[in-house]
Design a protein around this ligand. Structure first.
Ligand code: A2H
Length: 253
């Protein structure tokens, strides 16, 4: 909890019906996993969503028709930002664990993949953002290594009940050209740093530091409406579009 407020974009990842039995009370509602991101311009490259398997989540009423799945803490913050059916009070329809939502199929704004799945990542922090993270393995070393672990380790998939078809068909989608690391900068830096798994926290933090500056200040969009534009310039335009289309909301904490 910093002193300087962090402003995120919450991406509304729509849960596609039919819902599993634990979520049957939500039938007829528009249900979204709400993922907090600082990089809305990367949404073209989404391959999945991340949750913490043992994390505690809930389905909270945002208004008469829309429900967000996220942590209680995030629901409380949203309620104070006028995003709750009951003013200043989270309204939870059902409590869910991360394990309960693994495997949910999603449709997420801008993603070239029409349907993506909810998968486990062990480094998701439930105290930060919404506890839901959208995965862009082209540009995020955390996302790249977590997807790599699931793809390369059948036992890891089995442990969390992850089906092959939620993972194996999904490849890196190049979206940004990085001046030094190319258009799959996260993969490139993870290979160079010989990172073996999502558990190598220090190496991953180093990798992030190395690619982010160049990616953001000198990176060029290679897909989407703003292809050819600098990432730095495209970011605000893409964010405004998402907000205007009601495919995202602002969230600060
Ligand atoms: B970013 P900061 Cl492509 N636990 O979105 C772990 N990580 C979380 C999280 C949580 N509860 N909530 C958000 N995040 C991730 C895209 C992305 C992100 C790219 C590149 C870099 C990047 C796709 N994942 O973040 O600690 C989210 O991942 C680099 C900082 O608040 C979010 O943005 O600074 C970022 O961490 C927020 O991290």
């Amino acid at each position: 909890e910093g002193v300087i407020p962090q402003e995120y974009t919450l991406i509304k990842m729509e849960v596609l019906p039919p819902f599993p039995p634990k979520m049957s009370v939500l039938e007829g509602k528009k249900v979204y996993l709400a993922a907090a991101t600082l990089r809305p311009e990367t949404m073209y490259g989404q391959t999945n969503a991340w949750v913490l398997p043992e994390g505690k989540y809930g389905a909270f009423e945002i208004n008469d028709t829309e429900v967000f799945v996220l942590t209680y803490k995030a629901a409380l913050n949203l309620a104070y930002q006028r995003l709750s059916l009951i003013p200043e009070k989270p309204s939870c329809l059902v409590e869910l664990s991360g394990q309960d939502i693994i495997g949910l199929p999603l449709r997420s704004p801008l993603a070239f993949n029409g349907i993506i799945y909810t998968l486990p990542m062990l480094s998701v922090l439930t105290e930060k953002g919404t506890g839901i993270v959208t995965s862009v393995p082209s540009d995020s070393p955390d996302d790249y290594m977590a997807l790599h672990d699931l793809k390369s380790k059948p036992a890891f998939r089995a442990k969390f009940g992850v089906k092959d078809e939620w993972v194996l068909p999904f490849e890196i989608v190049p979206i940004i050209n990085h001046p030094d690391f190319g258009d799959r900068s996260a993969e490139r830096i993870c290979i160079e740093k010989k990172i073996k798994s999502q558990n190598e926290r220090d190496k991953l933090d180093e990798a992030k530091k190395i690619i982010y500056k160049g990616g953001f200040y000198e990176g060029i969009m290679i897909v989407g409406e703003f292809a050819g534009m600098k990432v730095q310039e495209a970011k605000g335009l893409i964010r405004s579009n998402l907000l205007e289309m009601n495919q995202a909301v602002v969230y600060s904490e």
